[in-house]
Design a protein around this ligand. Structure first.
Ligand SMILES: [Zn+2]
Ligand SMILES: [Zn+2]
Length: 292
């Protein structure tokens, strides 16, 4: 059984519609795929319907933008109830913060001599309710200022870059609590990717497990080299964390993140389903049954 638990559709900053994404998951032989768009559940119904049609198990997910001491931390939520009021309210604030930040970023880009208009950015957003830096990057590409998203981030948009503007995010411990209140499982995405080990050192991860019941960490991810994966796996074992593996697929929006390039062990997925069954089923949204 092949399982990929982290993907993005055009509902956030991917390039495939939710149905197209599930089609492609089916085409590359995945049995289980989680749709985890940034700060929105809007693509889940379309993905689930296509999964039903094709016999692909679609896990309802979402990637929540959080932070710790000013650095961004992403929390993957699995099986969380979209109607849970606490989580829904925070997600709306995060999405609002993205929009509010746009004006500031565009002013900085103009001052840096690479102007793009809000209309040019919104043309890249399409129907996504979640405006992100990748959309600004796409507008910069369209305007001929950069070649690709990587260059846009490296030169302008990355955290601490010359056009970066901080935005509203939730502290990671609160984010984990909200996912649990919504009946979901909380797994930290790419915890040590891109030199971020100092943001979530082992003792901090241990505290998140002990004080907030963190469920897992993404171990196999393209932003982790072999050494980091090995050390995270040892850490996951010692903290009794679920160790997941996923592509973080964005369609054409991110190179080297092909569907299924990393996968999650079926045993880990089974444990996730067991744990979800123990969370407040009245408010939770259970994972679909395993197709094994
Ligand atoms: Zn992420
Ligand atoms: Zn992601």
């Amino acid at each position: 059984m092949r399982i990929d638990l982290h993907t993005h559709s055009s509902v956030s900053d991917g390039t495939d519609t939710p149905a197209e994404l599930v089609d492609k998951a089916h085409a590359v032989g995945l049995d289980v795929v989680a749709l985890t768009d940034h700060d929105t559940f809007d693509g889940l119904d379309a993905a689930a319907a296509e999964g039903e049609r094709l016999g692909v198990v679609v896990v309802p997910g979402m990637e929540l933008s959080c932070s710790r001491q000013g650095s961004s931390v992403h929390v993957l939520a699995y099986g969380a109830d979209p109607a849970s009021p606490g989580l829904a309210a925070e997600m709306a604030r995060v999405r609002g913060g993205r929009l509010g930040r746009l004006t500031g970023v565009l002013a900085k880009l103009a001052a840096l001599g690479v102007p793009v208009s809000e209309a040019e950015v919104m043309a890249q957003v399409g129907t996504s309710p979640s405006v992100g830096r990748p959309h600004i990057a796409d507008a910069l590409i369209k305007a001929g200022h950069v070649r690709d998203r990587q260059e846009a981030f490296d030169r302008f948009l990355a955290d601490g870059g010359p056009a970066h503007v901080p935005r509203y995010t939730i502290e990671v411990d609160r984010g984990i609590d909200l996912v649990h209140e919504a009946g979901g499982l909380a797994v930290i995405a790419h915890p040590w990717g891109r030199g971020r080990e100092h943001v979530l050192p082992p003792q901090v991860l241990a505290a998140l497990v002990h004080d907030h019941g963190l469920d897992g960490i993404e171990v196999d991810h393209q932003d982790h080299d072999a050494d980091i994966r090995a050390r995270l796996r040892v850490l996951a074992d010692s903290l009794d964390l679920l160790a997941t593996g996923s592509s973080d697929y964005h369609g054409a929006g991110k190179l080297d993140h092909d569907l299924g390039c990393n996968t999650t062990d079926p045993e880990v997925f089974n444990e996730m389903q067991r744990r979800l069954a123990h969370f407040t089923p009245a408010s939770g949204r259970p994972l679909p049954p395993s197709s094994r």
